[in-house]
Design a protein. Structure first.
Lengths: 299, 427
């Protein structure tokens, strides 16, 4: 059987090499970097143990950035899922031009995030932006708003873009979920005389649970790690008042007086741990297994 | 089963469907290509290829010039050049990564050098430049490239800031000449702002992109400085006064664009000036080039309004550095000498719209009358303290924080005190 084993290894080889090179090696390198001290030029100056982690906790901006990150992830994912539920329901209906609408929905997904973000920078612009022109001419606003400059509106402006680019993926996941619900379940509900709302709440939503879980978990990870939107829309603002963990990490490494690769790597490790914990906590509270049970039980 | 490994008949088609002769041939071809690539890397003229990292000054000129220079260098018997043009936004990150991975470039172009000199990564100029090239540098720029008395940062090009004003808006506001004093400046800004219709008196960019440059020009003309002797004096009384003056422009006189502490230079202040919305802005020769190309705004260039007897402007010097690596000294020296041939360096600096760093370049560029205001300003231009490695951190700190002082409720003294404290602690 020895040949058999070699054969398997040969077939798995490319995937293993890929996982090793793309996942395993960078993770090890990140942890390694987080234990070292680096000069501003990038020269390694020796090991400092857990010192970088201790210094990370002392950074005065950390609490603000943590809160920003929690708000950014929770609100973007929350709004995206709610809107996507509606969109998916709509696209699941048969109407003329449905194919076209389904295609159009992919556009924000297909466009580069940097390009989309730059586009929104101009849409939000105080002097030249389309949004201010629209809202002031409709008399919704008495005067223009500096959407990306005012502390009160920056996060909201970024969240809107975050939702915009997350909608396509989420909608398609939910659409796939809807498509997998067999029609006879609805027939049975109709025979039993269930109202539309009751059907949706008691049948559709529970049967969508696996798709919803996938949508929420994957989106939370994407949004947490999303760099281009926050970086591009927030690049004019001084300090760290509107940064998330990911842009904060980049600023620590290259754009702030700290310029500290070791400290940034420590934050990178913390980021991975945070997102893992958040996902595990989420899966625990919604009971992943229950979802499956509900589906098989009812269907 | 194991018998099949030796038995080609049974191995190739049934048990090892992937490992047929086609697959092997592909593998062999790949190995050959890899070997060829390694061979090419050795360079035609001898010695391993040298890596040259250049910042992207403009899409139109940077790559064509350096590409052609690299080809000439190789043709003249030098090794092959691995040329990397990197945009300003990511060059710090990419160079840092190269050094972390123990693969520093051979020649690097950047706006700072002293941290690299301090870390012992660079050749001093004497090792990699011929004496004639060295002696050709303008005195101020040669001084600006020294670390502990030795030249490491070789000036590659320079620029000088100047005061731009919109002639049409000045005429409409009844202003005849650009302001000379800060008092005149405030009055002029008020008159222009009073024209209404979204017209802005002065565009003040103190957002993170280039806040240290805007601040330095006002700071110097207010009588302050980054350092006095060897000591940082960022929070001197003069500087607190000057930052308060800028905050007043925004919040008391209201003659700036909205949120000046959160406005960047390129897509903020310059954009507004190019659109004819702004009376005054601090610009430099590339802005003039863009304005001329667009032909939309009639502008004048003048000296900075000042509180001193003689106005001061900011000179900016960018550098070339030669990294110490095994057996690369001769190759690097040859490359640098080629760039510093007067024809080559002047050709590039002219194409990019910047200013010379050599005496011979200065002579050649005097012929261009459009450059006169900047060339005149150049001898009196002051440079940032780039010779101090701490500056690399101070600059980023100023970029990230000084804007906070001109926002409503900002506290100039507090912001400067914090910057001073960090500067003293910076290593």
């Amino acid at each position: 059987m020895r040949g058999r084993r070699w054969e398997a290894l040969l077939w798995l080889g490319p995937s293993l090499a890929l996982i090793g090179g793309v996942v395993f090696y960078p993770a090890v390198a990140l942890v390694g970097a987080s234990l070292g001290r680096y000069s501003i030029t990038g020269v390694y100056q020796g090991s400092v143990g857990a010192d970088n982690y201790a210094r990370l906790l002392q950074q005065p901006a950390l609490p603000v950035v943590l809160v920003n990150t929690a708000v950014w992830v929770a609100v973007v994912v929350g709004i995206t899922v709610v809107i996507s539920l509606g969109l998916a329901q709509l696209l699941n209906e048969d109407f003329p031009g449905r194919a076209l609408v389904r295609w159009a929905l992919i556009v924000p997904w297909a466009a580069s995030l940097i390009m989309t973000s730059k586009l929104f920078v101009w849409i939000y612009d105080y002097y030249f932006g389309a949004l201010n022109a629209l809202l002031t001419s409709l008399r919704v606003l008495p005067q223009p708003v500096d959407w990306l400059g005012e502390d009160a509106t920056v996060m909201g402006a970024m969240i809107a873009v975050g939702v915009f680019v997350s909608l396509p993926f989420t909608t398609y996941v939910l659409l796939a979920g809807l498509a997998s619900i067999p029609g006879d379940v609805y027939e049975a509900a109709r025979v039993d005389g269930a109202s539309r709302w009751a059907t949706y709440r008691r049948l559709t939503l529970p049967l969508l649970k696996p798709a919803l879980l996938v949508a929420v978990v994957l989106n939370a990870i994407y949004v947490f790690n999303s760099f281009p939107i926050v970086w591009t829309l927030n690049d004019r603002n001084p300090g760290f008042a509107h940064d998330t963990m990911v842009t904060y990490m980049y600023k620590i490494a290259f754009k702030s007086a700290l310029r500290d690769v070791g400290l940034a790597a420590a934050l990178g490790v913390v980021n991975v741990a945070l997102i893992l914990l958040a996902v595990l906590a989420y899966l625990r509270t919604v009971r992943w297994d229950d979802g499956d049970a509900a589906v098989s039980g009812r269907a | 089963m194991s018998r099949c490994i030796d038995d080609l008949e049974c191995g190739s088609s049934r048990r090892w469907p992937g490992l047929d002769t086609g697959w092997l041939r592909l593998l062999a071809a790949l190995v050959a290509v890899a070997a060829l690539a390694v061979a090419c890397d050795r360079g035609a003229g001898g010695g391993p290829a040298i890596t040259v990292v250049i910042a992207d000054y403009s899409k139109d000129h940077t790559r064509p010039f350096w590409q052609a220079l690299a080809e000439r260098y190789t043709k003249q018997g030098g090794p092959k050049v691995d040329l990397r043009i990197i945009d300003w936004n990511s060059i710090d990150q990419q160079v840092s990564t190269m050094i972390q991975n123990n693969q520093p470039p051979d020649v690097l172009n950047l706006n700072s050098f002293s941290s690299y000199a301090r870390d012992g990564l660079l050749y001093p100029a004497d090792d990699v430049l011929s004496p004639t090239t060295r002696d050709d540098f303008l005195e101020a720029f040669a001084r600006g490239g020294q670390y502990q008395g030795k030249l490491y940062g070789l000036p590659i090009l320079s620029s000088a800031r100047a005061f731009f004003y919109n002639r049409d808006l000045f005429a409409r506001a009844g202003l005849e000449t650009p302001p000379k004093t800060w008092n005149d400046f405030v009055q002029a800004a008020k008159k222009i702002q009073a024209l209404g219709g979204g017209v802005i008196g002065y565009a003040l960019p103190l957002g993170p992109e280039e806040a240290q440059a805007e601040w330095a020009i006002w700071m110097w003309n207010g009588g302050g400085d980054w350092k006095t002797g060897d000591a940082w004096t960022i929070n001197s009384e003069a500087n607190v006064r000057t930052l308060g003056f800028l905050a007043d422009l925004a919040n008391r006189h209201r003659v700036t664009q909205v949120n000046p502490g959160k406005t960047n230079r390129t897509d903020g202040a310059f954009q507004l000036f190019k659109d004819g919305k702004v009376g005054m802005v601090i610009g430099f020769s590339p802005l003039a080039k863009q304005l001329d190309a667009e032909g939309k705004v009639k502008y004048g260039v003048a000296e900075m309004p000042t509180t001193l007897d003689k106005p001061v402007t900011l000179g900016v010097e960018d550098y070339l550095m030669a990294f110490k690596k095994k057996d690369n000294r001769e190759a690097v020296k040859k490359f640098l000498d080629l760039y510093y041939q007067p024809d080559n360096i002047t050709k590039w600096i002219t194409a990019e719209g910047f200013l010379p760093v050599t005496k011979s370049g200065l002579e050649r560029m005097r012929a261009n009358s459009a450059l006169k205001p900047y060339l005149d300003a150049l001898p009196n231009a002051r440079l940032a303290p780039t010779t101090d490695p701490a500056w690399d951190r101070v600059k980023l700190d100023v970029q990230q924080n000084i804007g906070l002082a001109v926002q409503p409720g900002g506290n100039s003294k507090q912001v400067l005190d914090q910057l001073q404290q960090n500067a003293v602690a910076a290593k």
